[in-house]
Design a protein around this ligand. Structure first.
Ligand code: CA
Length: 260
């Protein structure tokens, strides 16, 4: 598959620092967005440790502690490639958490820092996803936008339980409180999934700086009329135009035809 990827980020009109980090590794088929939190510039530190750890572990092949899945033996069928890749994503995210907490031990002023993390890995005709927190992955296919991740937030839990409508969830003051993160919450239990990709698919990774000001329908409309090459920057601009005041980051991964 031919892949193209584009990223755009903006600090926004209010914040002094951009605590979002992103990763585009075209050759390795690895893409990520992380949205850091914590005072004293710690959010920036947490999000960059997270994406760097993911890159190193999944593409660097130099982690001696990495678990190699054992041969089940006895002629039993072993785990398939998708199982292995999802396990490696999970491992990489946990190592990100370990490294963030190690950094806090070294620099106590970073106490409490953490980050969201959404990772997409393209492998042949499949994509493997893992996420923690409220940075999201979407798939835009046949002019429809599909959300691939479920936010790890208190309000999402309330929506799931039927206590809050999705409309109210967008405006309540505690909408950004996370139930899971990398670093702050300790060991990480990400949601993971695998799906088949098709030529023409566009995957979007983003921080909540995009999805707070823009509803899914608005993002879909922009996807419909924007070339993938301009999509990341257009979405960032539109989020700011709609009054977004947070850091905003978008990574666009466009799957082309095989003989592109
Ligand atoms: Ca944010």
């Amino acid at each position: 598959m031919h892949i193209e990827a584009y990223a755009a980020t903006d600090v926004g009109p209010v914040r002094e620092q951009n605590e979002d980090a992103w990763l585009v590794e075209l050759d390795g088929g690895l893409f990520a967005v992380a949205d850091g939190m914590g005072g004293h510039a710690a959010g920036e530190v947490a999000s960059s440790i997270a994406v760097e750890t993911v890159r190193e572990i999944l593409l660097g092949n130099k982690d001696p502690e990495e678990t190699v899945l054992a041969d089940p033996g006895g002629g039993k069928q072993g785990p398939d490639q998708a199982d292995i890749l999802r396990e490696r994503l999970r491992y990489a995210m946990n190592q990100s958490s370990v490294r963030i907490r190690r950094e806090i031990e070294r620099r106590p002023s970073y106490a409490g820092m953490g980050t969201t993390l959404v990772v997409v890995m393209v492998d042949e005709d499949q994509v493997h996803l893992a996420h923690v927190g409220d940075s999201r992955a979407y798939l835009f296919r046949n002019d429809r936008l599909m959300r691939l991740t479920r936010d790890h937030t208190v309000v999402q839990q309330e929506v799931d339980a039927g206590r809050l409508t999705p409309e109210l969830a967008r405006i309540v003051p505690h909408k950004n409180i996370l139930t899971k993160s990398v670093g702050f919450h300790g060991p990480v239990d990400p949601d993971t999934s695998t799906r088949a990709i098709e030529p023409g698919d566009i995957f979007l990774l983003c921080s909540d700086g995009l999805t707070d000001p823009l509803e899914d329908g608005e993002i879909e409309a922009i996807c419909c009329k924007t070339h993938p090459e301009d999509l990341a920057q257009t979405l960032v601009n539109q989020a700011l135009r709609k009054g977004g005041d947070d850091n905003v980051t978008v990574v666009v991964v466009a799957i082309g035809d095989e003989d592109y």
